[in-house]
Design a protein around this ligand. Sequence first.
Ligand SMILES: Nc1nc2c(ncn2[C@@H]2O[C@H](COP(=O)(O)OP(=O)(O)O)[C@@H](O)[C@H]2O)c(=O)[nH]1
Ligand SMILES: [Mg+2]
Length: 395
Amino acid sequence: MITVALAGKPNAGKSTLYTAATMADVDVANYPFTTIDTNRGVTHVRTRCPCLDRDQRCGIDRCHDGTRYVPIELLDVAGLVPGAHEGKGLGNQFLDELTNADAILNVVDASGGTNRTGDPVEPGSHDPLDDVDFVETEMDLWLAGVIADNWEGVERKCWSPDFDSDETLTAMLTGVGATEADVASVLRDMEYPADHKRWTDTDRETLARGIRRQTKPMVVVGNKEDRGSTETLDRLTDASDKPVVPTTADGELALRRAAEAGVVGYDPGDADFAVVGDVSDEQRAGLDAIRAVMADLGGTGVQTALNAAVYDLLDQITVYPVQDAGAWTDGTGTVLPDAFLLPDGATPLDLAYAVHSDIGDGYLHAVDARSNRRIGEDHALSEGDVVKIVSTASA
Ligand SMILES: Nc1nc2c(ncn2[C@@H]2O[C@H](COP(=O)(O)OP(=O)(O)O)[C@@H](O)[C@H]2O)c(=O)[nH]1
Ligand SMILES: [Mg+2]
């Protein structure tokens, strides 16, 4: 499953976002290191369900009248402070956990109401721009440290006649998700001594930075935008080479709780909500305030941030395997029961293996259930494709 991790200094709103997105209970409090243990939960990306192209909606839990929610994993880890790579705060544990993620939401407090280490200050008195880069720097320095710790092994191997630099470095970096192609492309773009014994810490940091960029795509989340300013948001956006998504995690959490209580009609990612139950004057005022922020942002932004990470940065598509190409059902008659996230360009064979390795091993052919035509094993699938896999194995 795709894993997205929340990174950022304490009090940026990571746990609030996590709680809202997963509706699990974690501590949300106004002091550093509230989240000591890794929290791992399931959240969803939102997409258009193919059932909208049919007469009937599919009617399963994850499809809300044609809006489809596809599960991903979300990781909420301890807050990061400058110096974390040296073990400051809970730095090392945090960084170690970050390397398990496919993409990162770098959560900053866009209201400027917390200082560098996450202590509350007068709103607007801290510049959130200062909080964007340090997360990357800490990850780079930490990774450079891991590389340095393993460098002796590289030096020992480089005497061997069949020493392959790319291969050796890849073996060291597979743990952070680097492939040989990643390593080769990073090395191509940097200058470094041919003799591995002469590599400096700076060389290792350059390698670390390149590998981190390649393997940990990042969305900058400008949280607490309910108290932020357009001016700050614009500066964040201008200064960043990454997508910047303004959010109100607090607003999302309030709406999810209100929806669960049956007070509002709201599907995550909606631009607005409807009050459908009895609310007190106080609750109504709170909801009106959230609505005003959503009108500015086009929603709470939380779903936008998750979707940006998965669909834009990780370049995923949603594909729906079915057993009956005519009815778009599985063996029990459920319409579009499963949705798989696969990298753009994935083939029916990739889908078969994603469903089950036995289905992949027994792959015979595939049928595009929209056109009812056979598609080739190397056909590139697209977002929203519905595919019947014919295999000697059955699911
Ligand atoms: N105004 C506002 N406050 C928020 C928002 N998100 C979180 N907070 C508050 O910021 C504080 C820290 O949040 P928390 O999620 O524990 O931060 P973490 O340390 O990054 O996990 C809490 O008091 C939250 O209620 C938001 O979108 N807007
Ligand atoms: Mg937290």
